[in-house]
Design a protein around this ligand. Structure first.
Ligand SMILES: Cc1cc2nc3c(=O)[nH]c(=O)nc-3n(C[C@H](O)[C@H](O)[C@H](O)COP(=O)(O)OP(=O)(O)OC[C@H]3O[C@@H](n4cnc5c(N)ncnc54)[C@H](O)[C@@H]3O)c2cc1C
Length: 564
């Protein structure tokens, strides 16, 4: 495998660590720079949804298994409840199926509801275990020296080593700016944020208290409370006494000096509805709610990912998930460009493919947040607001029901070759998902068999393109092998229903193919190209199509051939 200079990644949050893990899958080294001494102590967010966990499967069995191991016990992923206090009157609830996952017909992966500090620890260990990731804590970036210009061919970052005060300039073939909501890099690139900023000021409190035994059968994923002393949300982290809450405060109260631990404790007792509750505050975080997307997700050799690229209200549970899914969209492109296997124009398709997704999710998360405000106002007014809390709850069913947003992205860009078809229509594109192999869509999960064991089509996707041919699609398999050799690309080739891969007949219909058709799946599991039928005389061969997808770049280093 060709060695390349390490890519610079700014930020060791979940998205920066995820970027390092993804680059490592393609054999690309990275340096992760983080100003703090370690990963986060504060739990912040909790949810890795099913699509994110499909991505995590690519980081190896150990990491996936550890992430699953910190999942919250049964019964704590749904519903979302609206209450006067945890033990007080209940105004309504929403079933939040999105947090429970769509089940084995849609995905071989399972979601995780836990807490970000545990997730980050697992990701850090997994990144280090690759041997390709150099994580440097207590290193603060102070300036983007080069990399933001259209003609730049590398990125340079000035950093300060916080232990010694020494500075140096680091150089890499690209910079992944995963430096969070206040992104220094986004500001230095002068990239505006579109949307609404400073929607509200939140104190996010991590604490221990025995609330669970007092809830009876009122388990839930989010307990929104509203009474005269407390308005906000209680979030169980492990169903065993660790909790997080979000407290809406006035801007003037939004500081550790003003919102002290004593005030947090009093708020938690009022929110729980238990005046003598013993509360141990573990940490306080100060967080502003924004609903914004950067005007461009990349510039020059700099790629913005995660909160640096977009920030959502948490009402949707999609912030970190959208960040990781966007990161996953661009890292394979970046890896191929850095290795000389693709033109930089492939990397630039990130903006066309992911900005619309981020915009849609931002808008819905904002709407969810407004609905929560309406429900709480209606509940507090005791009917005098003219709004009925139960009616607003019904109108808010998109909150926690986001399968369309999670799985249904259908990319349109030069990294996809359209076949004239459209993904099937669904009643609600945010909540509903209909699997489809229309080019641009996530390749559907279909159960297959190999030597008596069950596997998913998704298990066949590795660190390269994958050709999936239907049972009589030998002609496409031949073409794919030639294309892989000609372009020096990893290209795994499988004939579903052929020797060694049993199919009960579900594959071809699920992928919209005749028995002689095939699809080409990108390394991010999205369909790049589809031919329903065998190669037609005079039609472009796969080598030409792949060259087109890669921005015209031709042969690159050492060919690798996949399995049949
Ligand atoms: C207090 C708090 C509470 C939150 N609560 C929730 C919640 O309840 N629900 C929810 O959905 N989301 C919540 N979030 C948001 C969620 O945590 C983010 O969506 C998620 O962390 C985004 O991941 P990221 O990797 O993009 O960025 P981050 O996790 O923010 O990571 C960015 C990293 O970059 C580092 N960094 C920044 N600048 C520099 C620099 N110049 N040099 C070196 N390192 C740098 C930072 O120290 C940080 O570690 C919360 C965020 C905060 C801050």
């Amino acid at each position: 495998m060709p060695d390349t200079a390490p890519v610079l990644i700014l930020g060791a949050g979940p998205v920066g660590l995820g970027a390092a893990l993804e680059l490592a899958r393609f054999g690309v080294r990275s340096i992760v720079l983080e100003k703090h001494a370690g990963t986060s102590f504060h739990p912040k967010t909790r949810n890795f949804n099913t699509r994110t966990m499909e991505i995590a499967r690519g980081w190896g069995r150990a990491a996936y298994g550890r992430l699953r191991g910190i999942d919250t016990p049964e019964g704590w992923k749904s519903p979302i409840r609206f209450l006067a206090s945890a033990v007080g009157e209940e105004f309504g609830s929403i079933e939040s199926k999105g947090f429970e996952g769509p089940g084995p017909d849609v995905s071989p992966a399972l979601p995780v509801m836990s807490s970000q500090e545990l997730i980050e620890e697992i990701m850090l260990d997994a990144a280090r275990a690759t041997g390709l990731v150099d994580v440097r804590f207590r290193t603060e970036a102070t300036e983007l020296v080069t990399g933001g210009g259209d003609s730049d061919r590398q990125a340079q970052l000035r950093v300060t080593h916080l232990e010694t005060g020494e500075t140096e300039v680091l150089t890499g073939p690209a910079l992944v700016a995963a430096d969070g909501a206040g992104s220094l890099i986004r500001r230095q690139l002068d990239l505006p944020l579109d949307g609404v900023q400073d929607l509200s000021h939140i104190v996010n409190c991590y604490f221990r208290a025995d609330i669970e035994p007092r809830l009876g059968d009122r388990r839930g994923v989010l307990l929104f409370v509203s009474n005269t002393e407390a308005r906000g949300v209680l979030q169980p982290l492990d169903a065993a006494g660790r909790w997080l809450c979000q407290i809406n405060v006035a801007e003037t109260d939004w500081s550790p000096e003003m919102f002290t631990q004593d005030r947090a404790e009093a708020w938690i007792r009022a929110a729980a509805g238990v005046p003598d509750l013993t509360v141990e505050v573990l940490s306080l975080g100060f967080w502003k709610l924004n609903a914004t997307v950067a005007r461009r997700l990349m510039q020059g050799r700099v790629v913005l990912c995660g909160d640096a690229a977009h920030q959502f209200p948490p009402t949707g549970g999609l912030g970190v998930n959208t960040g990781l899914q966007g990161m996953h969209n661009v890292m394979w492109k970046l890896a191929m460009a850095v290795k000389g296997q693709a033109d930089w124009s492939l990397v630039e398709t990130y903006d066309a493919e992911r900005r619309p997704v981020a915009q849609e999710i931002t808008a819905q998360s904002l709407e969810n947040s407004r609905n929560v405000g309406r429900i709480q106002a209606a509940a507090m007014s005791g009917g005098e607001s003219g709004l009925d809390a139960a009616d607003v709850v019904t109108a808010s069913r998109r909150y926690g029901n986001h399968l369309g947003a999670e799985f249904g992205a259908a990319y349109v860009s030069s990294a996809v070759i359209a076949d004239g078809s459209r993904p099937p229509a669904v009643a609600d594109s945010y909540s509903d998902y209909a699997p489809s192999a229309t080019p641009g869509c996530r390749a559907p999960h279909v159960r297959l068999g190999r030597g008596g064991a069950e596997l998913s089509t998704l298990d066949l996707f590795g660190a390269g393109y994958t050709l999936l041919a239907a049972k009589d699609g030998q002609a496409w398999c031949e073409q794919a092998r030639e294309a892989g050799d000609a372009l020096g690309l990893t290209l795994d080739v499988y004939r579903i229903g052929g020797a060694g891969l049993e199919d009960g007949g579900a594959f071809a219909p699920a992928y919209g193919l005749t028995d002689e058709g095939a699809v080409l799946v990108r390394p991010d599991g999205h369909v790049a190209w589809r031919s329903r039928s065998p190669p037609a005389a005079g039609a472009p061969a796969l080598t030409g199509l792949l060259r087109e997808l890669h921005g015209g770049t031709g042969r690159a280093p050492a060919p690798r051939q996949g399995a049949v």
